[in-house]
Write a protein that binds this ligand. Structure first.
Ligand code: ATP
Length: 488
């Protein structure tokens, strides 16, 4: 990260705290690592992102419905899904510094360092060696690589490492009063399994026909070995996932369709296309037959925000095997090749999985601007969040010019009407200029000022966040002006 982008990222983090977007969890107790709380503006922004996703995925598709499954699931779920045996990261401790690292992350950092220094050969060689070791699950080879790198070019100045161990990322807890091995349950590490185990319930009760999708927004928990980059890697986070059930053999076509649809969803928010890119997984998980990430160019580089995966029939077949219950769908449609119904089969699944918190950070960073407003006469600047109006936490702020002459009453009267449709805020403290700046900082698209003229002719000044232009409009126009800008 360059100095300027490092600075920008730090400024966004402190801005998020100062203006009630994101706080460190349990801050008065010095915080809890990789856990965060959303404040008054953050929770509004987060809810608006959820609504934008839900509307695009569920409301706009006749064949997609939403569910809300529990965080706790039967423990066998996680055996079937492969998480009990396979959902782990290689971990290593440094005996001198007593610091814990993800072994692959240490090597990835080194690869990035080589790349930054233009040593592309070294970077590529190390990448291959690491990939081979990970693929072969050769933990001693990973340790060897870490030590080799430390000798070749010391970074931490120490070579005193423990062995590499696999560390399962699932949080477990006990159900019921008596602690017993058989009572161990997990906090779900992904929302997807709640959809898989319910797929036939939804299909039957909703009379869904293939292809159809099930969407869900909910919390997921991962005991990440290292916390990094603010809300990018959290131990408690939220996912917005959709599983799309298709006829075997059609998965490629649907995969391509969803891959494109999802990038369009991101771009519809007005983000510059060059900020995004696809990343194709060349080494696929054993259950996947295609996988792409949608990455955003954060100040610390391109990073995954969303994954689109073609998961085959792996999950449903596993659940069929572990539960002993049929997970088949009966497809009455006639196969033109055989002239007979397609009949019973386990559907294939295309998954779109986006991290809500990463989307939140992306939205904040993309909107954040320190704007220089200096003129020849005086220096001036403002911090403005150029959020898409539809996502802005507060849609309009209403200011009486002064606290007397009936202006507060008139302003409240206008606010009481607007609040039926929009999240609005009333502010009477400080000079108007200061109030504008506070609203700019949280991304409010409109500020409405009530003055003495309002009492005479029912007009107000409306000031636009992005242009800072002001115009005089009739109060009965406000709903339309705001509505046109912030509607979904
Ligand atoms: P990464 O490689 O960054 O750990 P992943 O490939 O494990 O992510 P998935 O399991 O595909 O992630 O989860 C889907 C989405 O959930 C990711 O694209 C990301 O946006 C989000 N996500 C995953 N882990 C976290 C986390 N620890 N904190 C916040 N968001 C996360």
């Amino acid at each position: 990260m360059s100095k300027a982008t490092d600075e920008l990222f730090k400024n966004v983090i402190s801005h998020a705290k100062e203006y009630g977007f994101v706080f460190q969890s349990s801050e008065i107790y010095d915080g809890l690592s990789a856990v965060y709380d959303y404040g008054q503006n953050g929770s509004e922004l987060k809810n608006n992102i959820k609504t934008y996703w839900w509307k695009a995925m569920v409301q706009m598709h006749e064949n997609i419905v939403g569910i809300d499954a529990a965080i706790f699931m039967h423990p066998t779920t996680w055996k079937a899904s492969g998480h009990v045996d396979g959902f782990s990261d290689p971990m290593i401790d440094n005996k001198d510094s007593k610091k814990r690292y993800r072994a692959d992350q240490l090597l990835e950092d080194r690869i990035a360092k080589y790349e930054n220094e233009g040593k592309t050969d070294k970077a590529a060689a190390l990448q291959t060696a690491m990939d081979d070791a990970l693929k072969a699950e050769d933990l001693s080879r990973l340790k060897e690589l870490i030590i080799e790198q430390e000798i070749a070019c010391p970074v931490s100045g120490t070579r005193n490492w423990t062995d590499v161990r696999q560390f399962n990322l699932m949080f477990s807890t006990q159900v019921g009063a008596i602690a017993d091995e058989s009572d161990t349950i997990y906090l779900r590490p992904e929302t997807a399994q709640g959809i898989f185990v319910n797929y036939l319930n939804v299909q039957k009760s909703g009379r869904m026909k293939i292809p159809f999708g099930i969407a869900q927004i909910g919390k997921a928990f991962r005991n990440e070995v290292i916390a990094r980059q603010f809300i990018i890697r959290m131990r408690e986070f939220e996912q917005m996932e959709m599983q799309f059930f298709v006829r075997p053999g059609t998965q490629k076509e649907w995969f391509n369709q969803w891959k494109e649809a999802r990038l369009k969803w991101h771009l519809a928010l007005g983000t510059a296309p060059e900020k995004y890119r696809y990343h194709e997984h060349t080494k696929l998980a054993h259950y996947a037959d295609a996988a792409y990430d949608i990455e955003y160019n954060f100040p610390f580089g391109f990073k995954e925000v969303e994954g689109i995966h073609s998961r085959t029939d792996f999950d449903l077949s596993q659940h069929q095997q572990y539960s002993g219950k049929k997970m088949q769908y009966f497809d009455p449609e006639v196969d033109p090749e055989t002239g007979k119904p397609f009949g019973n089969y386990i559907p294939y699944v295309i998954e779109t999985s986006i991290g809500l918190d990463r989307m939140f950070l992306l939205t904040l960073i993309n909107a954040y601007e320190e704007e220089d407003l200096s003129t020849d006469e005086k220096q001036d600047s403002r911090t403005v969040l150029r959020l898409p109006p539809v996502l802005a936490p507060v849609k309009a702020a209403i200011f009486p010019l002064t606290k007397k002459d009936g202006l507060p009453e008139k302003a409240r009267e206008i606010m009481d009407k607007l609040k039926l449709d929009f999240n609005v805020q009333y502010e009477e403290k400080d000079a108007i200029g200061k109030r504008y700046r506070r609203q700019d900082a949280i991304g409010t698209p409109f500020c409405i000022t009530v003055d003495h003229q309002t009492l005479e002719d029912n007009t107000v000044t409306i000031r636009y966040r992005d242009t800072m232009q002001q115009e005089r409009v009739a109060t009965d126009q406000l709903e339309k002006i705001i509505g046109d800008m912030v509607s979904w």
